[in-house]
Ligand binder design. Structure first.
Ligand SMILES: Cc1cc2nc3c(=O)[nH]c(=O)nc-3n(C[C@H](O)[C@H](O)[C@H](O)COP(=O)(O)OP(=O)(O)OC[C@H]3O[C@@H](n4cnc5c(N)ncnc54)[C@H](O)[C@@H]3O)c2cc1C
Ligand SMILES: *[C@@H]1O[C@H](CO)[C@@H](O)[C@H](O)[C@H]1NC(C)=O
Ligand SMILES: *[C@@H]1O[C@H](CO)[C@@H](O)[C@H](O)[C@H]1NC(C)=O
Ligand SMILES: *[C@@H]1O[C@H](CO)[C@@H](O)[C@H](O)[C@H]1NC(C)=O
Ligand SMILES: *[C@@H]1O[C@H](CO)[C@@H](O)[C@H](O)[C@H]1NC(C)=O
Ligand SMILES: *[C@@H]1O[C@H](CO)[C@@H](O)[C@H](O)[C@H]1NC(C)=O
Ligand SMILES: *[C@@H]1O[C@H](CO)[C@@H](O)[C@H](O)[C@H]1NC(C)=O
Length: 551
């Protein structure tokens, strides 16, 4: 029976693979309709005449041009033309032409933006920067030159022979450009800060086509703005990243447990499910039976113990700058079973991971499914890669709070309440994580004049709530996206009531409807707008790039 339970959780973790299979049938062979204004045609024709074969301008763009996008929604958003620059000069030429027309455009690096329009433009122009994938190490090995078109997996692979690493993504398939311009949470962020805090120099193309190197010493204002300002200031072509030593081994992995209080939680809710949710009575009964058996064998945890352990982790690990850990609450699809878990990675000397041994004893339960082990750092990236298959329908939504036990408990209830309304939808998977933003991590954000977020060290420790849903059918897009938003909206309301809400909204986890820059401090918003007026007086990057977060 326990083996069967483990199988069920594995199934839960791997079920995303089933969603992946839709890919082949849903790739657009786009007959373009829609934003077919003459000005877009003129812009694409002008781009073609100067950049030649680097421009794909056709009513029938082959699906291979869209396979670099993470979500199915982005893959089925069809632009009028796609430009594949191979140098910063190409990008400069393209932006000069674009600025002479009024056609919408979007920039793509790794294509992991979570909503349609993030790095693609229906009926407009896409600058797909994947050819800008240069990788070099400086002679003193202190800086890696990384083209924006790289994926993090390739960057780590390149640095491996030198035993070096950079502050990059935790999933290898994620792109360099969007990650670094929005922030960038890494396994080693407690020691060095976020990705954007470890860029020594940005090479960017400004709205007038000028190519410039931007560092703290050369342009302190624009450098500040690029550390979290997203797509609003220029097109980054290359990042010079500080390198850091890479250890041969880290200790970490997942731990999952059954949430024993699910039935109590559910009975306290008065649910009105939409008619679409059709659940098999037999399946529900079976899963409740499995939970009760699992609990008898000690694989269950009650909500109080879980939220207590998770809220103590930031305190217990406060002085350990190598301890990255977060809590997970997830639904096993189609079944009435909620699992909770932790993901911990200790990036320092292995026998020093005391905060995590404390966590295990706080959890006071057997793990139903554990992957905790010592392994080479890339193994942890690969593990997350397998849980994040590409080509899915997905939505992210986020908000930030102070770490508080009572509040965390309320969020679990809100999550269950909302997920219960949609969990029967085809291919639905729902989870949320609480990622600690520790004080040492915030402290690192202050180096070189600080980043644009406006988070103060004394605000910490904070927790970044990330709600992520995947599902199968385009018919359910609106309902699922709205439900994820509901969870975060309700958490924010309760967080404000309890005095634990923090205004920061992490751009790389935000939904399109969220007002990211309103969450930066008022002072920083003003400064960003002033810098924007200096470097992009016409507002090219906000006006003609409506798909992502505009200042
Ligand atoms: C599976 C998965 C795992 C993730 N893991 C992490 C994680 O561990 N830590 C974390 O912090 N985030 C993580 N994220 C979020 C990730 O950082 C964002 O999705 C990020 O935007 C991805 O960058 P990209 O280049 O792939 O995306 P893109 O879609 O190419 O770009 C995102 C946006 O950034 C802008 N942009 C991109 N490149 C440039 C450029 N060169 N110049 C100007 N603007 C540009 C574009 O406007 C675009 O809309 C993850 C996302 C996914 C899907
Ligand atoms: C194209 O899209 C832009 C931005 O959404 C919009 O302003 C414009 O009106 C659209 N043009 C046409 C012809 O639909
Ligand atoms: C447009 O695509 C079609 C079909 O893929 C191809 O036959 C045609 O040559 C293309 N036209 C141009 C101008 O590239
Ligand atoms: C990297 O580390 C390995 C094992 O510790 C060592 O053998 C190798 O010489 C190191 N490489 C460099 C370039 O320092
Ligand atoms: C930016 O700096 C790099 C490295 O020094 C250099 O190769 C490149 O030409 C510079 N770009 C500009 C526009 O000055
Ligand atoms: C382990 O932690 C102790 C106490 O925090 C510290 O003194 C020691 O240097 C650490 N060891 C390593 C190898 O990092
Ligand atoms: C382009 O804009 C930048 C920043 O405002 C400015 O420094 C530069 O002189 C401009 N270049 C041209 C050719 O106008």
């Amino acid at each position: 029976m326990i083996l069967y339970l483990e199988g069920l959780v594995l199934l839960c973790l791997l079920v995303l693979g089933g969603v992946k299979a839709q890919l082949d049938t849903q790739i657009p062979i786009g007959n373009f309709q829609g934003n077919s204004s003459n000005t877009c045609h003129d812009a694409c024709t002008a781009l073609s005449s100067i950049l030649g074969e680097k421009v794909h301008h056709n009513t029938s763009l082959p699906s291979s041009l869209f396979s670099g996008y993470y979500t199915l929604m982005a893959r089925s958003t069809i632009p009028l033309c796609i430009v594949h620059p191979t140098s910063s000069e190409d990008v400069s030429v393209a932006i000069r032409i674009i600025s002479q027309h009024t056609c919408i455009f979007a920039i793509k690096s790794g294509g992991h933006a979570m909503f349609p329009g993030g790095s693609t433009a229906a009926g407009g122009i896409v600058l797909d920067l994947h050819h800008l994938n240069a990788l070099e190490l400086s002679e003193d090995r202190e800086t890696a030159y990384v083209g924006t078109g790289n994926r993090w997996g390739a960057v780590y692979e390149f640095l491996k022979p030198w035993n070096l690493t950079v502050v990059g993504g935790r999933v290898g398939d994620v792109g360099v450009g969007g990650f670094l311009l929005g922030g960038g949470i890494s396994f080693i962020s407690r020691r060095y800060g976020w990705g954007c805090d470890n860029v020594r120099n940005y090479e960017i193309v400004l709205s007038n086509g000028t190519i410039a190197n931007i560092s703290y010493t050369s342009h302190p204002d624009l450098y500040f703005a690029l550390r979290g300002g997203g797509k609003n200031f220029g097109i980054a072509t290359r990042f010079d990243l500080e390198t850091h030593p890479n250890l041969p081994e880290w200790l970490g992995g997942f731990n999952f447990m059954l949430l024993s209080s699910t039935p109590t939680l559910l009975s306290s809710l008065s649910l009105t499910r939409p008619f679409k949710v059709t659940l098999s009575y037999a399946l529900e009964t079976t899963s409740q039976f499995l939970v009760s058996i699992g609990c008898k064998f000690g694989y269950c945890i009650d909500l109080d113990t879980f939220v207590t352990a998770i809220s103590r982790l930031p305190v217990e690990s406060e002085n350990d700058h190598d301890a990255m850990g977060y809590g997970i609450v997830s639904l096993i699809p189609k079944a009435n079973i909620y699992v909770v878990g932790t993901h911990t990675v200790h990036t320092g000397a292995i026998n020093n991971a005391t905060a995590f041994s404390k966590l295990v004893s706080d959890l006071n339960t057997k793990s139903m499914h554990s992957t905790v082990r010592t392994q080479h750092p890339y193994g942890f990236m690969q593990e997350l890669d397998t849980h994040n298959p590409v080509g899915v329908r997905v939505t992210y939504n986020t908000a930030t709070f102070r770490v508080d036990r009572a509040f965390m408990k309320e969020v679990v209830k809100i999550f269950v309440d909302e997920v219960e309304r949609i969990r029967g939808l085809e291919g639905f998977m729902g989870a949320y994580t609480t990622q600690t933003l520790a004080r040492d991590e915030i402290g690192q954000m202050e180096k070189n004049g600080g980043n644009a977020f406006g988070i103060m060290e004394e605000d910490g420790p904070l927790t970044i709530l990330l709600v992520s849903f995947t599902w199968g059918s385009s018919e359910d897009d609106e309902l699922v996206v709205r439900t994820a938003q509901n969870i975060v909206d309700r958490a924010v309301i309760i967080g404000k009531e309890m005095g634990v809400h923090h205004p920061f909204i992490y751009q790389n986890y935000a939904a399109k409807s969220q007002d990211v820059f309103a969450g930066y401090s008022v002072e920083n918003q003003k400064r960003l707008r002033r810098i924007q007026r200096d470097v992009d007086p016409e507002g090219l990057f906000s006006r003609l790039q409506p798909g992502y977060f505009s200042l």
